[in-house]
Structure formats: structure tokens, C-alpha cells
Design a protein around this ligand. Structure first.
Ligand code: PEP
Length: 252
């Protein structure tokens, strides 16, 4: 069965002491809680090993926000999937729109990253989503379908089943402009059908599809109530333990 998941994406925020403090706060909030979803934080590379030491991994998953498209070697400044895994992290966000937009990530590089993530035992949280122009000109279904097909449909059903998808309409990320719960449901159901056509209904039904884009405690409940929305990938609102927990607790 697919899981409900709330994952924080801290992006390039917090110094190491600030990040450790925030992770401890989320960890403390989860200590006596029994949330109805898995909870994950994806944090800067520099924070992974330290945060791994201070959280209870049975309650709070840890992930990186990216990894390199090579295993090792002369790639100054890059951080590989095996390096991420060696910190104790078990998840990695791949294909975030900010990586696609500012760092030129393509489906080809993402294929490499997904393969290396699997090789290191990391679970990819794979992001897809259209930009505003594509939403407005009506090509958004085609765009999202192509993003999934091009980067993931070479995978076996077994490997595809290990992926968590995150639909993040780019026009909703960090803008305060959330997709309505109906818009989210419409796309999530479309994505599930695309997966079903390729891998069959069972794989599609078992894939967790998260929504991301200005999700906050005030709108999470309505979004998560939709049948094909299995949780959220949370940017801004994950930088405060209380608001992040407000989203976690939106699952009833
Ligand atoms: C994100 O970048 O993954 C995201 C969803 O950001 P925000 O919640 O700030 O829109």
C-alpha cells in the first residue's frame, strides 16, 4: 500500500547550528506523537551527518536535496549519492524545479542520478511540474507526462515502485499561490493513470504522489483529503517546526 508522507525541503536555508536546532525541534515534536504519515526532512549536505546524530530515524526520515550525476572523481564541489548515504541519510530529492531551472538539470542527468541513488540505497523523491506558461497554455498534462516518461520510464517496475513522486507546479513554489485541491487532484489522478498505463494498476496504486507548492497548515488538510494526494513536499513552511508539524497533523 502507498504511504502518506510529509517531507520538508529546507533548500539553502539555515546554518549548521540553526539546522540542528530545527531538526531537534521537529524530532521532539514527533517523540510523543503518532502521525498518520511518514515524516522526512531533506536538508543541506553540510547538515546531514550532524542531524543524523540527533534524530530518531524510526520517526523522522533524513534526506539530501540533490546528489551528483557521477559516482566519484574529479567533479569539484559535487556531492555523490554514496557520500549522502554514508551520512545516514536514506532519501534524496531529485529533479526539483530549482535544480532544473537554475542548474540546467535534464532528464538525461536525472536518469544518472536516479540510478546512482538506487545503487546507494537512497529513495528518490522525484519532482515534476509545469511552469506558469505551460499551465496557462494548457500543455501541463503533456509536460508532466514527458518529465515522468523521459527520466523514469526506462526503469523496471520493481525500481519504479521505490520512487516517491512529488508534483510541484512551479508557479506555486514559494509564491504563496497554491494549486487548488481540485487542481492537485486532477493532476495526481492523471499521473496515476500515466503510471498505470506503463506499469499496471497495482504499481500505480502503490505509488506515493506528494503535492508541493505553498502548502501550509491552513491548506494541507483540504489537499491531503483528495484521494490521489498522498502528502506534501514542503518548502517554506518546513523551516518552522510548528508550521511543519501543523502540516504533518493535517492527516487525520
Ligand atoms: C518546494 O520547493 O519543494 C516547495 C514546495 O516550496 P514551497 O512550499 O515554499 O512553495
Amino acid at each position: 500500500m502507498r504511504k502518506n508522507i510529509v517531507a520538508g525541503n529546507w533548500k539553502m536555508n539555515t546554518t549548521l547550528p540553526e539546522g540542528v536546532k530545527l531538526a531537534k525541534e521537529v524530532n521532539a515534536a514527533l517523540a510523543n506523537a503518532t502521525p498518520k504519515c511518514d515524516v522526512i526532512i531533506a536538508v543541506p549536505f553540510t547538515h546531514l551527518a550532524s542531524i543524523n546524530e540527533v534524530i530518531d530515524k524510526s520517526k523522522l526520515g533524513l534526506g539530501a536535496e540533490n546528489c551528483a550525476d557521477h559516482r566519484s572523481g574529479a567533479y569539484t564541489g559535487e556531492v555523490s549519492a554514496p557520500m549522502v548515504a554514508s551520512t545516514g541519510a536514506t532519501y534524496v530529492i531529485l529533479g526539483h524545479s530549482e535544480r532544473r531551472q537554475y542548474y540546467g538539470e535534464t532528464s538525461e542527468t536525472l536518469k544518472e542520478k536516479v540510478a546512482l541513488a538506487f545503487e546507494s540505497g537512497l529513495t528518490p523523491i522525484f519532482c515534476i511540474g509545469e511552469v506558469l506558461e505551460e499551465r496557462e497554455n494548457g500543455t501541463y498534462f503533456d509536460v508532466v507526462k514527458a518529465q515522468i516518461e523521459d527520466a523514469l520510464f526506462h526503469l523496471s517496475a520493481e525500481d519504479f515502485s521505490k520512487i516517491i513522486l512529488a508534483y510541484e507546479p512551479v508557479w506555486a513554489i514559494g509564491t504563496g499561490k497554491t494549486a487548488t485541491d481540485d487542481q492537485a487532484q486532477e493532476m495526481h489522478s492523471f499521473i496515476r493513470n500515466v503510471i498505470a498505463e506503463k506499469y499496471g494498476k497495482e504499481v500505480a496504486d502503490n505509488t506515493s504522489i506528494l503535492y508541493g507548492g505553498s502548502c501550509k497548515p491552513s491548506n494541507a488538510k483540504a489537499l491531503f483529503a483528495k484521494p490521489d494526494v498522498d502528502g506534501g513536499l514542503i518548502g517554506g513552511a518546513s523551516l518552522d517546526a510548528e508550521s511543519f508539524m501543523g502540516i504533518v497533523n493535517a492527516f487525520e
